[in-house]
Ligand binder design. Structure first.
Ligand code: UDP
Length: 338
């Protein structure tokens, strides 16, 4: 019998890729997703890759009865908790919605876990907890900075809540850097609703002709080419990190009950370098212009990956050009379907 892993938000961008990787690693993924920022078409993509439709319920993780019934009937060994809102700008406009959903959702998951004596959790955190770091790269022991947005605050508070519950809940807390790309077959990818805020979906939509041009938010930063630097990570590498984290939990390899890992490549690229990589890989020009800085943007951040490589035994394998290729193939697939 395969071990079951409950994936909240399993039809979202990172969740859907993780579901596929869990299956490939010999687990049976079970999905709960309320479709608030995902589409059922992700299930078709999953099915085409793994050959069957995993168990799925359309419910909110704040619905403790639905969550409890699902756990009661499937008895998962661990939960990977992705279900949360993730748009920084929206969180500034609707802070209560973010606190309610992201913190309420986490508390609901924890309460139901405790009720069922389930004690293995993988939590989606973010490099936003580091804010504008004093030095780069950032390691897991780099001190966190006051959150710049309600979204960032929900990730910081999520970590605090999990740390406070470490007496009974074993957590792998994964701090994601900038996840991009798509499944190499283009069966799965990101489905941004409305005008994308993030660089890559905006870029690919621009090249596809949906947007007129990409605006680079600031070119006068203190970086080699004046544009901001991020650690972009292929979503498949990120998904594989979740499998490693689940295995660490189930094999009882944790050294501490609450463990934090940076999930990045360890390499920083500027916005201009990303554009150049896309153009080089896909042989298409990216229409772009320089615009003003975007308020709240961190100038430069990338991961120190020493701990995640040595302790979790995970290292990103895919480079920036591969991320650009897969992101563009996914956009081409979306174009075909519209
Ligand atoms: N960016 C940009 N134009 C856009 C969207 C993003 O120049 O239309 C820049 C942004 O200023 C940042 C980088 O791209 O330096 C990554 O932004 P994104 O929103 O994807 O992720 P963040 O790191 O801000 O969470």
């Amino acid at each position: 019998m395969k071990k079951k892993i409950l994936v909240t938000g399993g039809l979202g961008f990172i969740g859907s890729h993780t579901v596929v990787c869990l299956h490939e690693a010999g687990f049976e993924p079970i999905i709960i997703d309320n479709l608030s920022n995902s589409l059922m078409s992700a299930m078709d993509g999953i099915q085409s890759l793994i050959g069957y439709k995993p168990t799925f319920i359309n419910a909110d993780v704040n619905d403790k009865i639905a969550l409890s019934n699902l756990i009661e009937s499937h008895k998962p060994e661990a939960i990977i908790h992705f279900a949360a809102f993730k748009a920084v700008g929206e969180s500034v406009e609707k802070p209560l919605m973010y606190y309610h959903n992201n913190l309420g959702g986490l508390i609901s998951v924890l309460e139901v876990m405790q009720q069922h004596n389930l004690s293995n959790l993988v939590f989606s955190s973010s490099c936003t907890v580091y804010g504008e770091p004093d030095t780069v790269p950032v390691s897991e022991s780099t001190s966190t900075k006051p959150a710049q947005s309600p979204y960032g605050a929900t990730k910081q508070m999520g970590e605090i809540i999990l740390n406070d519950n470490a007496s009974w809940c074993n957590t792998q807390c994964l701090r994601y850097f900038n996840p991009i790309g798509a499944h190499p077959t283009a069966a799965l990818g990101e489905l941004p609703l409305g005008v994308p805020n993030n660089l890559i979906p905006f870029l690919t939509q621009t090249v596809a002709g949906i947007r007129k041009e990409l605006t680079i938010f600031g070119s006068d930063y203190e970086t080699p080419d004046g544009t901001c630097i991020r650690d972009y990570i292929h979503v498949m590498d990120l998904a594989e990190a979740h499998v490693k984290a689940v295995e660490r939990l189930l094999n009882k390899q944790q050294l501490e009950s609450f463990e934090v890992f940076n999930i990045g490549t360890g390499n920083g690229f500027s916005v201009l370098e990303v554009i150049r990589s896309f153009e080089e890989e896909n042989k298409i020009a990216v229409p772009h212009k320089i615009g003003p800085r975007r308020p709240g943007d961190v100038v430069k951040v990338w991961a120190d990956t020493t701990k995640v490589e040595n302790v979790l035994g995970w290292k990103a394998k895919r480079g920036l050009n591969e991320m650009m290729r897969d992101a563009w193939n996914w956009q081409l697939k979306l174009n075909q379907n519209t």
